[in-house]
Ligand binder design. Structure first.
Ligand SMILES: [Zn+2]
Length: 228
């Protein structure tokens, strides 16, 4: 899946992978075969790395930023939300893994801060794409999650609704990250694109909660093409 509004940018490649699309398929794609894939050990943290070349060691964190062509930033998901950020003015891209823990720690604030400090990216120029994730009606969580978001300063009334089960809530993970982008970081709402697909509901996507499968992950990627 791609953002149709981004198709007119020939320097940019990106995609939210479907079930059955693996890391090995990236090198088979003629558009992507010249890229080197950067895959992190994902931690559900707020750690974001700025890359100016292919990293020598495996990075452990949940966000990658680069202005260098030829690197393919990878985020693997199964219910968590993958987010891409693009600064078209300075040609900088980011890929961020937003599970509830990273969302609570405001990893997108960290990513946009890094883009601003290191590349001069201005929030009002940034584009964001929020990919498939487990959607609110399917995402029941316990009271500790709501309490965590409340303590972190989120307006919980806008991202949680009571579940049928007592003391349980439905979390709008995509909505929580949209709030961060629009209200806290300062992206223009019209520059935030959302792919409305639920990993739990769609057989074309992997869901950790549905599949009870710890290994299968969707592969999401973004990168800058080498010129010429
Ligand atoms: Zn669903």
């Amino acid at each position: 899946m791609t953002v149709t509004q981004w198709s007119g940018r020939p320097w940019l490649v990106h995609g939210f992978g479907l079930a059955g699309f693996g890391l090995e398929d990236l090198s088979k794609d003629p558009l992507l075969s010249s890229f080197r894939s950067v895959v992190m050990k994902q931690l559900h943290s707020a750690r974001v790395f700025l890359l100016d070349k292919y990293p020598e060691n495996r990075l452990a964190g949940d966000g990658l930023v680069t202005a260098s062509a030829g690197l393919l930033l990878i985020i693997k998901t199964a219910d968590c939300l993958p987010v891409f950020l693009v600064d078209p003015e300075n040609r900088v891209v980011a890929a961020v893994h937003c599970g509830w823990r990273s969302t609570l720690q405001k990893i997108l604030v960290s990513a946009c801060g890094l883009m601003r400090d290191k590349s001069g990216s201005r929030p009002e120029n940034l584009l964001a794409a929020l990919g498939p994730c487990i959607e609110q009606k399917c995402y029941e969580v316990g009271p500790e999650v709501l309490e965590g978001f409340s303590a972190a300063g989120f307006d919980t009334g806008r991202i949680f609704t009571p579940a049928l089960n007592k003391d349980r809530f439905y979390l709008d993970l995509r909505g929580a990250n949209r709030l961060l982008l629009a209200d806290e970081i300062g992206l223009r709402p019209e520059n935030i694109y959302e792919l409305g697909a639920c990993t739990f509901c769609s057989e074309d996507l992997y869901s950790y909660r549905r599949d009870r499968q710890t290994e299968r992950r969707l592969v999401n990627f973004i990168g800058i093409k080498e010129p010429g």
